[in-house]
Design a protein around this ligand. Structure first.
Ligand code: SF4
Ligand code: SF4
Length: 484
């Protein structure tokens, strides 16, 4: 066994981790990982440049976190600061999706989709390009410094840094108009915070994906511990089918034993599954927290099984329950529909449905009313009583909207605005710019002769003159006898 494959149990407690040199492998799981990697990276790097027409007054970037104006744009959805509950809903749904994936097919997220896995795979591909496959890399690391070693290491770290810098650069493009920010970055006129974030993300990407790699999954990420508590005997996991693999013997010995009618397992102890493992573990030792379930050991073992003429999937996505069933001479059963998977699916459906319903019925206008406290009311010379309020109107549509204000709750009550231009409409009209809010001071008056309690509810209504949308807010009308 090489140094890289030493049994971790033999190491002293505080020994430095041994470097893992994953060998390249081909097969359907490796292909699936390449496709997912290209899709994820393509989306991440290119999405900020995708345009989405929202009209003349709004940004045309499809996905944009516009921190300066407190807006988040995602294609046709625009989230205002008051609507952060959408993010809460998304986080809850993401958690249940993760739980469901885990209950059906193990750590699919870790093995295929997690950014740590995707970028580590990319950095490993660059490493192989300059330093060769597992054995060449091990030899290169053991060799003393030479020109050959120097240029290979320099080229690898340079390309890693370029990818890391590009990753940080793509991140900041989600927070400003991407083409404009690219121009500003290139001419050194971008805000200093953009350079700072690019620097931070260049450093973290280079360190986490290039240097730390599997250490992040083993020691920093909490998910392996959480998922271990969520899994059960019926969840598909990358499994060594020891019922078929044991006893392990060499290929020749296995042939001899089978010819004699004696039992021989299919595992020929070639260690290919260990050599390709990106976390450097031996799946034949059973389920382990360190296993990210990438499936690469399945590809490696399948290639070996094909060469020696044995059926494939000695290592496969399987369940602990099935291994036990086969050992007991029973048929394997796959149960993706179980109480826990149905419960997770239902919760995703409920949370997703609630969010969709909320999105479909969301208002594009809003109103809030604040009573002025000093003074609470004014008695005018004709005996009428007047209260003042600050009314804030929100227009979430991409065009200007005129709102007519009315007030209800008391006989003869009337409303007027301060500082707005009078129109032919007898109601005060307040026009709010596209995708913005406007505050107006409002005076509400009740004529003399009306019997008033010290405090009574009144409703201020804003009606969009064109779209017909109506929003209301209730506050109190204060009269003599009211206490601040
Ligand atoms: S044991 Fe297999 S599935 Fe698990 S991390 Fe290693 S190669 Fe991937
Ligand atoms: S690759 Fe397959 S045959 Fe080789 S050691 Fe691993 S499980 Fe055994």
């Amino acid at each position: 066994m090489s140094t890289a494959e030493a049994d971790p149990d033999d190491l002293p407690l505080f020994a430095a981790s041994r470097k893992v040199y994953p060998q390249s492998v081909s097969g359907p799981f490796r292909r699936a990982k390449w496709i997912i990697l290209l899709l994820c990276l393509g989306i991440y790097y290119l999405l900020p440049f995708l345009r989405w027409d929202r009209g003349p007054h709004l940004p045309n970037q499809a996905v944009l976190a516009d921190l300066a104006n407190n807006r988040f744009y995602f294609f046709f959805i625009e989230i205002w600061p008051q609507e952060v509950y959408y993010f809460t809903g998304l986080l809850i749904m993401a958690a249940f999706v993760l739980f469901l994936m885990n209950a059906v097919a193990g750590r699919v997220w870790c093995g295929y989709l997690c950014p740590q896995t995707v970028w580590t795979d990319l950095f490993l591909a660059v490493e192989r390009l300059f330093e060769g496959d597992r054995r060449e890399r091990m030899r290169l690391d053991e060799a003393s410094w030479s020109f050959d070693k120097l240029w290979r290491k320099t080229a690898k770290h340079t390309v890693w840094l370029v990818i890391a810098w590009w990753t940080g650069g793509a991140w900041v493009l989600y927070f400003a108009d991407a083409p404009t920010l690219v121009r500003e970055l290139a001419t050194f006129t971008a805000p200093i915070s953009a350079y700072a974030w690019i620097g931070i993300l260049t450093f973290t990407t280079y360190t986490l994906a290039g240097i730390m790699r599997e250490q992040v999954c083993k020691f920093m990420c909490p998910w392996p511990r959480i998922q271990a508590a969520l899994t059960d005997d019926e969840a598909l996991n990358v499994t060594y089918r020891y019922d078929r693999g044991e006893p392990r013997v060499s290929f020749k010995q296995a042939q001899r034993l089978r010819a004699q009618g004696a039992p021989a397992g299919d595992c020929v102890d070639c260690h290919q599954c260990v050599a390709v493992c990106p976390v450097g573990i031996d799946i034949r030792e059973g389920a382990q927290l360190d296993c990210i379930q990438c499936g690469l050991c399945i590809d490696a073992c399948d290639n070996v099984m094909t060469k020696i003429g044995r059926p494939d999937r000695l290592i496969a996505y399987d369940t602990d329950g099935n291994v036990k069933r086969r050992l007991a001479g029973l048929k394997a059963i796959y149960r993706p529909l179980r109480p826990r998977t149905l419960a997770y699916a239902s919760l995703i459906f409920v949370v997703g449905g609630a969010m969709l319903w909320q999105l479909a019925t969301r208002r594009t206008a809003d109103i809030s009313v604040l009573h002025e406290r000093a003074p609470l009311f004014v008695t005018l010379s004709d005996g009428s009583i007047r209260n003042a309020y600050t009314v804030r109107l929100l227009n979430k549509r991409p065009e200007p909207r005129p709102f007519a204000l009315t007030v209800d709750g008391l006989p003869g009550i009337r409303i007027e605005t301060v500082g707005t231009t009078p129109t032919a409409d007898i109601r005060p009209i307040v026009t709010v710019d596209p995708d913005s809010s406007r505050e107006v001071r409002v005076l509400v008056t009740v004529p003399a002769g009306i019997t008033l309690a010290p405090s009574q509810p009144v409703t201020i209504t804003a009606s969009d003159l064109y779209a017909g949308e109506t929003v209301r807010a209730t506050d109190h009308f204060m009269a003599p006898g009211a206490h601040p």
